[in-house]
Design a protein around this ligand. Structure first.
Ligand code: IFG
Length: 540
């Protein structure tokens, strides 16, 4: 005679009290150590699990109060078993095999078998590109989505529902419990980005991939790479080889080396991001922030004299020579080569802080530049200053300077869509507080709450929800030199910004978010990801 002892403690924690958008409840259900036919995938006595610490907060979470423990026999069933979906299954397997030690065979299966994880596509147009449903029952897990990207986003949620130990690189004892219930989810904004400045300091392909892995965990879907600036040109351009040979030979602080990506290396980064349904957005900043190019080719300078390489951190002193005959060809060639390496729809042309370019020259340059981007088959993105010139339809403007709200308002007046990166919210190179060793302070201190507690739709007057594509965090690297530096400045603030971009309007609640992200401390630590520990978050 077996009795199944189950005690449910339902703590109703309202995670979105403001908008009532989401109720998250946690349940601690214990079952007796032996399992009977009714619960073949039960868990050992004392096992607990929760659906309550998801970041970004989902649209809706319901708790059934039971537990499902992933068995060693579990398979990852993919339906339909297309190459693309099987690859998504392999991604999940690669993240679950190391810690569980389970085989986790990935296979096509049209009829669900109990005890497995099932990835399947459904025709549900309302889910959009990235929406998903995730259900945990006593018999197994199902992630369903209209598109493969939605399965990838649901997989990140599934990872967060398992114990933190799931992120270990070596086998752990287990068990591998999941609280039974369901998550229904999709993003508020389509653009949830992070920008890495690889120009001030160069980062290896391995470091960039590592960072891409980490941001995928929080459902970031755009990776903007700031490839060129005064201190470096970081991508080989075949038709202009000195850009990387000379312009990619130094960085802030004066170190020297092969500080650029070959086109094959860049393609590798692009593919790595794409496998996580993250689109790489390359940026070649012009006409300002261009000393690396000016140092590489004398003919790009109005005095036909190459500038010296620059390893400091001033801004605003450089400009392509707008009248020089090679300039248009240079821009066209460079754009064409980067576009060919970019499956994404967007090319970012910078346009910021062109303090050494006259207004007339800047305007003329933007008129030349926009058709060249269009000719490359891409959509143009520029920093907000480009909105002071007439924009072609479809141009996207990225707001960044909190002391300049005029530019983004001009963009909205031109019916351009905007990406919000207000430095006083989204610049990850801003110090958290007075104790932060790295970073700058020109936009003020940006602590975890400052980065989280804002609504893009009400942040800027004259800029409303329908104008906004989404948000993007920017990590400038004047003071950031290593992946460890990247991590401590990016985490946890990037997780908060990911929630700002993903979670429903009205669900932004610092009191609940700080508790949820606090539960991610063990996850980040187990993944070997550094993060800033302040007392503002009660890290577990
Ligand atoms: N502004 C500059 C960046 C960088 C940044 C550091 C933009 C668009 C200050 N331009 O942000 O190159 O120097 O916080």
């Amino acid at each position: 005679m077996r009795t199944v002892l189950q005690s449910f403690v339902l703590l109703a924690v309202c995670a979105g009290c403001g908008g009532g958008a989401t109720r998250t409840e946690t349940a601690d259900a214990t079952t007796d150590p032996t399992t009977d036919a009714a619960t073949p995938y039960g868990c050992p006595a004392g096992t607990t699990a929760t659906l309550g610490n998801l970041v970004p907060l989902p649209v809706a979470v319901t708790v059934d109060g039971g537990l499902f423990c992933l068995p060693a026999t579990a398979a990852i069933e993919v339906d339909p078993p297309t190459p693309e979906l099987l690859a998504v299954g392999q991604y999940l397997a690669a993240h679950l095999r190391p810690a569980t030690g389970f085989a986790l065979e990935v296979r096509g299966a049209t009829t669900p078998q109990p005890g497995n994880i099932r990835l399947t596509t459904v025709t549900e147009p309302g889910l959009g590109e990235e929406g998903y449903g995730l259900t945990v029952s006593a018999g197994g897990v199902t992630v369903s989505a209209a598109q493969p990207a939605g399965l990838m986003r649901g997989i990140q949620t599934l990872r967060q529902l398992l114990p933190a130990a799931i992120e270990a690189a070596t086998p752990q004892p287990g068990p591998w419990p999941l609280a039974t219930g369901s998550v229904t989810d999709q993003p508020r904004f389509a653009w949830r980005g992070v920008m890495l400045d690889v120009a001030r300091h160069f980062f290896s392909v391995a470091d960039v991939k590592h960072f891409i892995d980490e941001v995928a965990y929080y459902k970031i879907n755009r990776f903007h790479v700031h490839l060129t600036d005064d201190q470096g040109w970081r991508l080989a351009i075949t038709s202009w080889p000195q850009l990387s040979a000379i312009g990619g030979s130094t960085e802030v602080g004066g170190a020297t080396g092969k500080f650029f990506y070959s086109q094959a290396e860049f393609a590798d980064i692009v593919a790595y991001a794409a496998a996580r349904y993250i689109t790489v957005v390359p940026e070649m900043d012009m006409p300002g922030h261009s000393n690396a190019a000016l140092a590489s080719y004398a003919e790009l300078n109005c005095d036909h004299t190459a500038t010296a390489l620059y390893t400091g951190t001033n801004v605003g002193f450089s400009s392509l020579c707008i009248d020089a005959s090679p300039t248009a060809q240079f821009v066209s060639d460079a754009l064409g080569e980067v576009a060919a390496l970019t499956p994404g729809m967007w090319l970012h042309i910078g346009g910021d802080e062109a303090k050494s370019t006259s207004a007339a020259d800047y305007a003329a340059f933007m008129q030349t530049l926009q058709p060249l981007v269009a000719a490359s088959g891409k959509m143009l993105i520029g920093w907000a200053e480009i909105a002071h010139t007439p924009l072609k339809a479809g141009a996207i403007v990225q707001h960044w300077n909190p002391y300049d709200t005029t530019s983004v308002q001009l963009a909205v007046q031109q019916h351009a869509k905007v990406i919000l990166s207000p430095a006083n919210r989204a610049y990850l190179d801003m110090k958290y507080d007075g104790d932060t060793p790295l970073g700058l302070v020109w936009a003020g201190l940006v602590d975890e709450q400052q980065a989280y507690a804002w609504d893009p739709a009400t942040e800027l007057s004259g800029v409303g929800e329908s104008d906004i594509l989404g948000v993007e965090a920017a990590l400038w690297t004047e003071t950031i030199a290593t992946i460890a530096d990247i991590e401590v400045m990016a985490f946890p603030r990037l997780a908060g910004l990911a929630e700002v971009g993903w979670s429903p309007a009205g669900s932004n609640d610092w009191a609940s978010y700080r508790l949820r992200i606090a539960a991610h401390g063990p996850r980040l630590t187990t993944k070997g990801v550094g993060f800033y520990r302040s007392t503002r978050i009660p890290w577990q």
